[in-house]
Design a protein around this ligand. Sequence first.
Ligand code: GUN
Length: 286
Amino acid sequence: MTAATIISGKQISEEIRKGIALEVEQLSKQNIRPGLAVVLVGDDPASHVYVRNKEKACQDLGFYSEVHRLAAESSEDEVLALVDKLNAQASIHGILVQLPLPKHIREKAIIDAIAVEKDVDGFHPVNVGNLVIGDDSLLPCTPAGVIEMIKRTGIQIAGKHAVVIGRSNIVGKPVALLLQRENATVTMCHSKTHNMAEIASQADILVVAIGRANMIDASYVKPGAIVIDVGMNRLESGKLAGDVDFESVKEVSGPITPVPGGVGPMTITMLMQNTLLAAKRLNGLN
Ligand code: GUN
């Protein structure tokens, strides 16, 4: 069997970002500059890295950006007051509150407070509801990135059997809905699923977001299947590992994403795309 094609999220991201940069240039002629506000509460080290990467993406693409770093002891009311201010601020088109939040702050209260049209994470219940019923909405970034990567393999999604492993609100559930929207036949597996390898190995498209390093080996994969690995697990050695055992799976699979350099870079790119879209819509374009 020939070696599997590697789906490079890094390369696809670069292509999409070129298109975004062109649109930013066009918008600047109408004095519109997409603006993203990121709110980070507390000291979670991984969150600080993610937020720095978002800030850099804004700089690279010519977006306006604000990062609000609040102390871990900040109250829920303080965070809500900041969200209200950003909802009303004309220079801001996208608002992202980095998760997880400290335990004493209710994530739901904060997400519900973000203006639907500025919810570039796609986490607000109205955006989630619109996704479910197939109406236009801001799509959650990682799931939107997953679909974009599958489409760019050139393999048709319609009619295929897609299996999604993991049922989180951030990845598994929305990915399954988006695959269904693309006319795949979708099966969802999760931590309580019996015979998971048997089900997964029937998939033409396998999306894995279960949060367990290297769990999915070749016994879960049908020869030639597309494999998308959303996992980002930090090993004790400090190395980053996906949920898929890449070395064994690539021997049997079709196109497959690596970790790092797969889904990760796509998430930030889709965030930039959402912010651009929100900026256009808030200015009566698109
Ligand atoms: N923390 C980890 N992933 C995400 C994400 O996609 N959005 C937000 N807001 N926080 C996160």
